[in-house]
Every structure is written in C-alpha cells, then in structure tokens.
Design a protein around this ligand. Structure first.
Ligand code: ZN
Length: 211
C-alpha cells in the first residue's frame, strides 16, 4: 500500500478472492470520509476515473445443468473477467437465476441475450446487468452519464445555478433521460424502429430537399 498522489493510494491485493471482496463494494466510509475504489491498469490516470467496475451479471431461468463454475465463468467471460459466483448459485439453492461477478468496462455496449448450448440444442439466454453505475465518457467521472453532463450541456448548469430553478433542472434532467431512454428503446425495437425512425429520417431528407 502506498501513496500515488495526495488523493490516491494504491492497494495491492494478491488473489482474486480478496480483490473481488474489496472491489465489489466500490466505496467505503472511513471516519465519515468516502473512499472510492478504482481498478489500476497501465492506462490508469489519477485525473480520470476508471470505467472498469465489478458488476453482478444474472442469467434468469438458466437451465439447471449449466449451473457449474466452468459454464458460468464461460458465460461471464463474454462480458469481461469473471471472478466468482454467488453462494446460492454455487449451491444451486436458487435455481431461478444464476449470478456471476464480472469485471466489466461500462463504456462498452453488451448483448442482452446470448446463445447457450450446443449447435443442435441451443437457446437464447437473457442477461441482466445489476446496478450499473452511471459513467460519463466525456469528462470521465462516475455519477452521471452523457445525457446529464454539465460540461456537454451548459444549459443544465445555468438552471441549477439559479436557486429557484433547482426543481426545473431536475425535471429537465428527468425529461431528457426519459426521452433518451425512449429513443434508445425505440431504435433497438425491430418493429418500432421501422415505424418511427425510418419515417423521421425520410422527413429529414424531404425537409432538406424542400429547402
Ligand atoms: Zn460529464
């Protein structure tokens, strides 16, 4: 253990079990001061926060014969470095869902379903990421994403600086988030994408053509 700078200390852990125990909590309170945990990599910069976090990935209704460490770690490795399963998964006492703790880069996009099984006996398995923290790829801190970034959207900052406008700012952020999520969902939906996005694109082309 040693100082990296006045705000950061480096903690070396010598096995995956200690690492997953310490890192899975993400932050600790010591004498009412928050200590946040980030993974060190050769690209670690004290001025930025790392997008690599431990996430519990769950596989609801996974077929029971796949409840073994080898298969679960193979599933986890699709998304990152698997570290452990939870106790209920290891002992098969909760067969409704299998959970694996995986080291994930949250700036990447991951599939929500994966093919499981052999070539002749395969099925699409649902994948759920639990409690993914917000991360802004623009200014690189945890806690907010691109939609709520003050540096990218200066109008959000102006509204928040005004004490009377705090509620308006929150509403604006919520509305922006809802619209963003609605748009993302629409784009990923096979039918709605054709019904909404294509007509919008055609409308844009027609508008440009008219001008
Ligand atoms: Zn930001």
């Amino acid at each position: 253990m040693g100082l990296l700078d006045s705000k950061h200390i480096a903690i070396q852990l010598f096995n995956d079990l200690d690492y997953s125990r310490v890192f899975a909590r993400r932050s600790y309170f010591i004498l009412n001061c928050q200590m946040r945990i980030f993974k060190w990599t050769p690209f670690f910069d004290v001025k930025e926060e790392s997008p690599i976090v431990l996430i519990w990935i769950s596989f609801p209704n996974l077929r029971l014969h796949f409840f073994n460490t080898k298969v679960l770690f193979a599933l986890g490795s699709i998304f990152g470095r698997p570290l452990k399963t939870d106790q209920a998964t290891a002992s098969r006492t909760r067969p409704s869902v299998a959970r694996v703790l995986v080291e994930v880069n949250i700036t990447k996009k991951y599939a929500k379903e994966v093919w499981v099984g052999s070539k002749t006996f395969k099925y699409l398995q649902k994948v759920k990421f639990e409690k993914v923290p917000y991360f802004c790829t623009h200014c690189k801190p945890h806690g907010h994403d691109l939609v709520d970034c003050f540096k990218l959207h200066s109008e959000l900052k102006k509204t928040t600086n005004n004490s009377n406008g705090k509620e308006t700012s929150r509403t604006l952020i919520s509305l922006r988030r809802i619209l963003f999520l609605l748009f993302r969902w629409t784009v990923s939906h096979p039918v709605l994408r054709r019904l909404v996005v294509f007509p919008l694109l055609i409308l844009q082309v027609v508008r440009r053509w008219m001008v």
